[in-house]
Ligand binder design. Sequence first.
Ligand code: F6P
Length: 326
Amino acid sequence: MIPIKKIGLFTSGSDAPGMNAAIRAVIRTAVFNNVEIAGIRRGFEGMINGDIETLTTKSASNIISRGGTILKTGRSEQFKTAAGRKQAYNQLKKNNIDALIALGGNGTIKGVKEFGEEYPDIAIIAVPCTIDNDLRGADFTIGYDTAINTVIEAVDKIRETAESHDRLFIVEVMGADSGMIALRTGIAVGAEAIMVPETKSDINALFERLERGRKDKTSKIVMVAEGDEPGGAFEIGKAIQEKFPHYDTRVSILGHIQRGGKPTCMDRVLASLLGVAAVEALIKGHSGEMVGLIHNDITYTPFSQSVKHHHEVNAEFIRIVEMLSL
Ligand code: F6P
């Protein structure tokens, strides 16, 4: 095993609150272990363009509490091409980088998987960062806890105005193909129904659900993940309004506020544990794996298994929502 000398650290894909806490942990653990650390700005694009800077322990000062990512992030079409990846490899070599730590979600892991297969002399570890919580090999991804807390704060406010006006609200949350945000927050806000892309959603089942509900209820909240099949919140709102003209229906799309904000304590701690684990994994000779916490244990999941995974939708959650919203 050749010891690693210089790690290139980058964030890629959608940002997630807690990325900065992970960046801090990676920088400080590398410095502690006398491994050089360089920041690659704007994800794979920065790798291709050689947008690379040396990081020091000072670079990590006072970032643990900040949302977003100090390294900036983005998606790269160029990196999907062999020529783009070759250029990225040449830039890494030019900068004497022999290992990478990638902070991101599904697209990021797909990208480093392909890159690692083509250029096995660069060791790579990924750290799961996405508000969607949809990666195998991590009970929770960094950013998810902050996002769900942002959602419940917003929906509690919506509930107050809904209650005052006797209204039904369709609240759309993020998760183009993951219902993890809708599912957990649906319980936490006492939603009357939840619609997620992992299970077949039937608009008629929603109508029945609303009909079965208590008639004297003055407000109703339907939580919808953005990727649910009957369409977005506006289509669902329109269908409800047509079926039940007596409901005063409104739609609220929470959007990108779910991706911002100060990371919660849970996300800061998770990011710190996984940032340390990522550097230590590289030092121990790991590569091609994502670090994660499963039942509070650090685990290493090969990239081929960690990409895009629908956590099984806990049917119990849906049952509980229906029972508790009586
Ligand atoms: O993957 C995180 C996520 O926030 C998804 O939930 C959402 O569908 C997507 O990113 C939105 O991406 P963009 O910011 O590019 O619109």
